[in-house]
Design a protein around this ligand. Structure first.
Ligand code: GDP
Length: 194
């Protein structure tokens, strides 16, 4: 079965988004082995794919560095092994803090997790949508989104990248831009199959 994977740092609102994406339709849950913390699977009755919620990566209070590395390795392995069945990746970030976190972790020997994950998915040929969450807390919307594009290597303005960058507020149920962005990739995929 084809799937759309959700990845992101802890606390960006991935669970909230998962509930929002899956809460309004009829879903059945399933399980797949392969990741230490089993991903949650959902079948979307109207589409032939399911959302897979992969564990959060990066800093988590009370979780040691070794364990964090292990989680990231599991995520990477899961994606590599299932790449053929992955229709798209949704990289969830916190719109309020993502640019600051990226900048804090950028250096000669360091690639920020979010940037690394973005390029990793794309290198595997998996279309990526960056779900920029918590936009309800962001005042300087265009500036933030332009900065994020810049950090991801996408030439601003962000509005040129509406198939890649989807500003949302999962908590408020504003996720239309994510559906729109995902839709463009499914469309492309279908066209490629012809
Ligand atoms: P996860 O660790 O990525 O699964 O994050 P959660 O879904 O548990 O959310 C972490 C925190 O962010 C919770 O307090 C949520 O209520 C909050 N949150 C999630 N989405 C939004 C949003 O769109 N806007 C705001 N302001 N808060 C959000």
């Amino acid at each position: 079965c084809q799937e759309v994977v959700l990845v992101g740092r802890s606390n960006v609102g991935k669970s909230t988004l998962m509930r929002e994406l899956t809460g309004h339709s009829k879903f059945t849950t399933g399980k797949k082995p392969g990741v230490t913390r089993k991903p949650n699977h959902f079948d979307w009755s109207s589409e032939k794919f399911m959302f897979t919620d992969l564990p959060g990566f990066g800093f988590m209070s009370g979780v040691g560095e070794d364990r964090r590395e292990e989680i990231k390795t599991d995520i990477v392995r899961y994606i590599e092994e299932n790449a053929d069945d992955i229709l798209a990746g949704v990289l969830v970030v916190d719109g309020k803090s993502v640019v600051d976190i990226i900048d804090r972790h950028s250096g000669p020997d360091e690639i920020p997790h979010d940037v690394e994950m973005f390029h990793f998915l794309r290198e595997l040929g998996i279309p990526v949508v960056v779900a920029v969450n918590k936009m309800d807390k962001v005042d300087d919307r265009d500036e933030r989104l332009n900065d994020l594009c810049d950090r991801l290597g996408l030439m601003p303005p962000w509005k040129q990248w509406s198939d890649v960058v989807a500003p949302i507020s999962a908590k408020r149920g504003n996720v239309d831009s994510l559906y729109d962005a995902l839709g463009t990739h499914f469309h492309e995929q279908k066209r490629d199959d012809l």
